[in-house]
Design a protein around this ligand. Structure first.
Ligand code: HEM
Length: 229
């Protein structure tokens, strides 16, 4: 009985590990395909999908936000996949701290401000723009709270805030997967892009909040009574 329970938990741990590895590989693959598109951005090709129709304002300041965003986006996503690794954290806390500082700086100083700026020019309209603007504010808030909680040694809070930051950055990947799906399904509607933007960060965040609150309830219930107030 005890052996069976141990085998079951080993199997579920292995399944979770395999799933995490697959998700990380997917994130890296999508990030590489994002970087591949940079051939249309340096120098800017105003006939390409994203830059089409942006030439009137591109060199009037937008280019700063755009290139800062392009520079900081991929490393932040890749660093995120490294920082969530418990193995690396256990092996070298010093490296976790160093890379964590870089990650927070990338989000606070580059991705969030440039994303907020670019949100005002969202090609698909105001609803999409508000979704992207709020995403930028949410990412900056989570990264700031994650950094503050690390500095003040509130490690559980730190873990949760950094997971939120990572999920918000991951919206760039979710958005492109949704875009690919709608293309394959030949589903084209005006509201689809705006809906995908909102869904790309709200749905992962919601799933995280629900799953982490239910798992902390389970942990709370299983605490020995001597440890409850
Ligand atoms: C959570 C933080 C982020 C915010 C708020 C944000 C915001 C934005 C905004 C507002 C745009 C312009 C959209 C439009 O005009 O329709 C944009 C485009 C872009 N973003 Fe982000 N972004 C974030 C994270 C990322 C990450 C992590 C990456 C890299 C993997 C990334 C890569 C790009 C690229 C390459 C573009 C240019 C368009 C394209 O090639 O698809 N962004 N982003």
């Amino acid at each position: 009985m005890c052996y069976n329970a141990a085998m079951n938990s080993l199997r579920s741990i292995t399944a979770v590990r395999v799933l995490v590895i697959l998700v990380v590989l997917l994130i890296w693959k999508v990030t590489v395909s994002i970087i591949w598109e940079y051939r249309n951005y340096v120098p800017p090709n105003f006939e390409s999908d994203f830059l089409f129709g942006r030439d009137p304002y591109f060199w009037g300041g937008y280019h700063w936000a755009f290139y800062i965003h392009l520079l900081a986006g991929p490393p932040s996503l890749m660093l995120g996949t490294i920082l969530i690794s418990q193995r690396l954290r256990r092996r070298s806390l010093a490296w976790h701290r160093r890379l964590g500082r870089v990650e927070v700086a990338l989000v606070l100083l580059m991705i969030a401000p440039s994303g907020l700026w670019m949100a005002f020019y969202a090609a698909t309209g105001a609803v999409a723009g508000v979704g992207l603007g709020l995403l930028a504010i949410a990412a900056a808030t989570c990264a700031w709270c994650g950094w503050r909680s690390a500095v003040t040694r509130r490690l559980e809070a730190h873990r949760r805030w950094m997971w939120r930051t990572f999920l918000l950055l991951g919206s760039a990947v979710v958005l492109r997967i949704l875009g690919g799906l709608t293309t394959v399904l030949q589903w084209d509607a005006d509201w689809l892009y705006a809906a995908s933007i909102w869904a790309s960060w709200l749905v992962p965040l919601l799933v995280f909040e629900i799953s982490s609150s239910s798992s902390s309830r389970v942990r709370w219930r299983t605490l020995p009574s001597s440890m409850t107030p």
